[in-house]
Design a binder for this molecule. Structure first.
Ligand code: HEM
Length: 424
């Protein structure tokens, strides 16, 4: 008689140190598992996670307790139907197509350059502290037309907001820090919102202040919670993705060399990073009715935890799922940043990440500039740092040795490839 391996305790330190063996056990033996620690049903196979993102029987009502208190109001992920599509249409143009290319690409390029300038001549740096945690938030702050001098406050607020979302163990201090961050950000934003309503500019915050949704303007609370969502959705995720991309490439020097030689491979390497080490490891849903998945039946009214990190390594979906392989044939770079993606790092369906193409543009530009500036970048400590975090996950530090490259001759700016067309 064979004995089944124990299901993992997703709140345990062992799971936090390396969740992937636990994910494998779940996929193979407990594809639908009621986790007592989080009182939710864990879903780990690709097919089931994709279904939960696409099928409206899996609602996002859970965000009423998981997100709303930290943002101080209802936000996109919580909405459905027409309310959702109308609100999403307000910000979507800024994050794709012409507006992204013409208006915001220069902002992205300038922000990457300015941050790199601060350590261009250094022998070593921690790429997480000096670049990854600063770059995406600086970009979104510039897009909104807020003051970059307040970076540390924005960073503190979004870390607390994401902490609230990720508070699987229901720690009351973490919950209170999230609520406090929502209140503080809201108090910070209100006078700025009033100013922008009176004197709108060309920025995204002015767009939110002046836009009419079904004949009415968004009220102050709608806008403060929307901005709070954008700061946290656009900050911590891309930050972890960038750090993981460089860690994964530095750990595979042959693949790094291929990307250096052919910069059109940057988005391909980014897509494989999102599959292999997704920054958002899990997303929850609530069932509106009883529903049957490949692993069993979930009752109505249950909370379901969709394990993105497990689905993205499902052996039913990918060959050699535990191998980082930029050139794998079963992940399409052409669709990786659209709702037709064949990985689930951005979710799928109607709540598919609204900022996927912005993240693509940010990583394309940042990785291109970093590779140009440091032609011999390598791990400073000889080995790849591990990831940390259970809900969101990525390297906490990435100490790299830098060998500064030559400045390009005057007028010769390295070419930055454009974002792909939005295929949604
Ligand atoms: C690599 C970076 C990123 C990752 C891995 C990521 C991941 C995700 C995931 C998994 C969702 C789905 C949530 C759900 O279905 O409940 C989502 C939604 C969302 N993301 Fe991202 N995200 C990233 C970057 C960004 C950026 C840069 C922005 C914009 C500033 C952004 C804005 C949003 C918004 C507004 C939603 C809600 C969409 C909706 O409910 O319709 N994300 N993201």
């Amino acid at each position: 008689m064979t004995t089944l391996p124990q299901p993992p305790d997703i709140l345990s330190p062992e799971f936090a140190a390396d969740p992937y063996p636990g994910y494998r056990i779940l996929r193979a033996h407990y594809p639908l598992f009621h986790d007592p620690g989080t009182d939710s049903f864990l879903v780990s196979r690709y097919e089931d996670v994709a279904r939960a993102f696409r099928d409206p029987v899996f609602t996002t009502d859970n965000y009423a307790w998981q997100l709303e208190p930290a943002h101080g109001g209802r936000t996109l992920p919580q909405m459905s139907g027409r309310e959702h599509s109308v609100r999403r249409a307000l910000v979507a143009p800024a994050f794709r197509g012409r507006e992204l290319r013409e208006k915001f690409l220069p902002v992205i390029e300038r922000n990457a350059r300015e941050l790199i300038d601060a350590f261009r001549d250094a022998a070593e740096t921690d790429l997480v502290a000096s670049f990854a945690t600063r770059f995406p938030i600086n970009v979104i702050v510039d897009m909104l037309g807020l003051d970059r001098a307040d970076h540390d406050r924005f960073h503190g607020w979004y870390v607390s907001a994401v902490g609230f979302l990720a508070n699987l163990a229901q720690d009351p201090e973490v919950a209170e820090a999230g609520r406090r961050a929502g209140r503080e950000l809201s108090a910070y934003l209100l006078p700025i919102i009033h100013e922008r309503r009176a004197n709108p500019g060309d920025d995204l915050l002015s767009t939110l202040c002046t836009a009419e949704v079904e004949g009415t303007r968004m009220n102050d609370r709608d806008i403060t919670s929307f901005v709070s969502l954008l700061l946290s959705a656009g900050g911590e995720t891309t930050d972890k993705a960038l750090a993981a991309l460089f860690r994964n490439l530095l750990a595979h020097p042959d693949q790094l060399a291929a990307v250096r030689a052919d910069r059109s491979l940057i988005p391909v390497a980014f897509a494989e990073t999102l599959r292999f080490t997704p920054p958002v490891q899990m997303i929850m849903r609530q069932t509106a009715a009883e529903v049957t998945l490949s692993g069993g039946t979930v009752p109505a009214g249950a909370t379901v935890t969709c394990l993105i990190g497990a689905a993205n390594r499902d052996e039913r979906q990918y060959a050699r799922p535990d191998t980082f392989d930029v050139l794998r044939g079963d992940l399409s770079p052409a669709t990786a940043f659209s709702a037709a993606a064949d990985h689930v790092a951005f979710g799928l369906g109607r709540h598919f990440c609204a900022g996927a193409l912005l993240a693509h543009a940010e990583v394309q530009v940042a990785a291109g500039q970093l590779l140009d500036a440091f032609p011999a970048m390598d791990f400073a400590e000889g080995a790849a740092p591990a990831d940390a975090g259970v809900f969101t996950r990525g390297p906490e530090h990435l100490r790299v040795r830098l060998a500064p490259g030559e400045d390009p001759p005057d007028g010769l700016i390295p070419r930055t490839p454009q974002p792909p067309r939005d295929s949604r």
